[in-house]
Design a protein around this ligand. Structure first.
Ligand SMILES: [Zn+2]
Length: 295
């Protein structure tokens, strides 16, 4: 293909058009972008890009507790603590290797949709796209201090949105109850009464339904051992979440280190065929300038 120089009149027209673009259209476009930027600053100033990630301009927080023999697990009858056994040593075998056993619902873990509902996906079947999404932290620490049976209400969610803007579609919502401070004490973390009933905060069924129907969230998480409050006997929130094909995250660590929004979550559960859930790593990706722990 050969390039032909345009004739002079055409060139003049192009020059005029170019001048018009530079003098009028382009500045307006820039102003437009600037004002759009200003409009979104309030809600999305701390969004990160893949470029930020690869250039190291992102802080990564690990929201995962380390698994060991002390790690909390759901106190059900057949549940057993994390166990580990050495099966080969460097001295004897030239290689160090161990084998582990644990219930699926131990430590920082995911509840798969098949945990409480028939015909729903097991942990290995959840599409990976469900594991990456914008993170949001709802803080009910003060309310939970006054009432350990506190359940997040739809009003609490509306209140949060009034201050922080709408919860983004596809968000992974984390409920900060202050319970993370009790992780080192089994007694305090479970908070049983004289009859042995558990008392810790959670989501209300209405709040779970609202997050699914009105905000199309990917999943919900909490810094206690259940997305339902400790006193629940019917596990309504588990049922609602699982019926909708969504997952729960329990015993999520270090929620006190997160801002209320403006970060991305990556959830990486163990991939066991048929699994009702399982231990997972959870990473929060934050812009380097974000104010950690800011409410
Ligand atoms: Zn669980």
């Amino acid at each position: 293909m050969s390039l032909r120089l345009p004739s002079r009149p055409k060139l003049r027209l192009q020059t005029t058009l170019f001048a018009l673009i530079v003098s009028v259209i382009l500045p307006q476009k820039l102003i437009g972008e600037e004002s759009t930027k200003k409009r979104t600053d309030a809600t999305a100033s701390s969004e990160i890009t893949l470029g930020d990630l690869s250039s190291g301009k992102v802080r990564v927080l690990d929201l995962t507790y380390t698994l060991n023999s002390e790690t909390h697990y759901w106190p059900g009858e057949e549940y057993t603590p994390f166990q580990i056994e050495t099966i080969a040593t460097l001295k004897k075998d030239g290689v160090y290797s161990r084998k582990v056993s644990f219930p699926e619902h131990i430590g920082t873990h995911l509840d798969a949709p098949n945990h409480f509902e028939e015909g729903q996906q097991d942990v290995s079947e959840i599409p990976v796209e469900m594991f990456i999404g914008p993170g949001v932290v709802i803080d009910i620490t003060l309310q939970a201090e006054a009432n350990p049976d506190k359940a997040l209400s739809v009003d609490d969610l509306r209140e949060w949105e009034k201050e922080n803007g709408p919860i983004p579609s596809g968000a992974i919502v984390l409920l900060r109850t202050g319970w993370g401070a009790f992780w080192s004490s089994r007694v305090r973390y479970q908070n049983r009464d004289a009859r042995g009933e558990l008392h810790f905060p959670g989501y209300s069924p209405e709040s779970a339904r609202w997050l699914i129907e009105e905000r199309k969230i990917r999943g919900i998480g909490i810094d206690t051992m259940s997305i339902d409050p400790g006193i629940s006997k019917t596990f309504d929130v588990h049922h609602i979440i699982n019926q909708a094909g969504r997952y729960g995250l329990e015993n999520v660590a270090h929620l006190d280190k997160l801002p209320v929004r403006g970060f991305t979550l990556i959830v990486a559960p163990i991939k066991v065929e048929g699994g009702t859930g399982g231990p997972c790593r959870i990473f929060a990706l934050l812009p380097e300038h974000s104010e950690v722990g800011k409410n």
